[in-house]
Write a protein that binds this ligand. Structure first.
Ligand SMILES: CC(C)(COP(=O)(O)OP(=O)(O)OC[C@H]1O[C@@H](n2cnc3c(N)ncnc32)[C@H](O)[C@@H]1OP(=O)(O)O)[C@@H](O)C(=O)NCCC(=O)NCCS
Length: 156
């Protein structure tokens, strides 16, 4: 566990390349069971205007350096949260700190999170932040996601 400082701030244009590179990391994608996004698709998502006040994105800084992203979004009529950290910075407690900060600033409840059951790190991050497992299901392969057993967590 590192003693660095975690901060959240709103995304800016110059974050694009760093976050795109993180989103292409095959090891990270295998953990979260997602397929890489084409640059075009990522760019469309990056530039789209939020359709709901429940869509809030923050860049994660560690000692002032961009190391990840955390965001809320709406899926299956529920308000969800997702995050990713650059592989160079895994294991420093950053995701846990960032999620704690995010749930302080984003007060909507219940807040849902989906994690592949095999993603032990993400499940642990959620549990450390007070999320409780509410369901487990077989999630089919889609254009965006790999087939997996998915755990659904809720923060009340
Ligand atoms: C999952 C992820 C967010 C974890 O980020 P992180 O900053 O390394 O997590 P933390 O350092 O806060 O770790 C929190 C806990 O999880 C554990 N953990 C983290 N990664 C782990 C791993 N790969 N295997 C086992 N445990 C792990 C840590 O040991 C820690 O537990 P502890 O406090 O009991 O020791 C990061 O690996 C990542 O971005 N992965 C790719 C994208 C992804 O999976 N996003 C989530 C989609 S649901």
């Amino acid at each position: 566990m590192s003693a660095g400082t975690v901060q959240l701030r709103e995304p800016i244009d110059s974050d694009f390349e760093l976050i795109f590179a993180m989103r292409q990391d095959p090891v990270g994608n295998a953990m979260s069971m997602v397929y890489p996004l084409s640059r075009d698709k990522f760019e469309v998502r990056w530039n789209r205007t939020p359709e709901s006040p429940h869509e809030v994105a923050r860049i994660i800084l560690f000692d002032g350096v961009v190391v990840g992203k955390i965001a809320s979004f709406v899926a299956e009529d529920a308000v969800c949260v997702g995050y990713l950290i650059a592989q160079d910075h895994w294991g420093k407690g950053i995701a846990t700190q960032a999620l704690r900060m995010f749930i302080d600033l984003f007060e909507h409840r219940p807040l849902i999170a989906h994690a592949a059951k095999s993603n032990i790190g993400s499940c642990r991050v959620l549990e450390k932040c007070g999320f409780v497992k509410v369901d487990e299901r077989d999630s089919p392969e889609t254009e965006r996601y790999m087939a997996c057993v998915e755990v659904i967590y809720e923060l009340r």
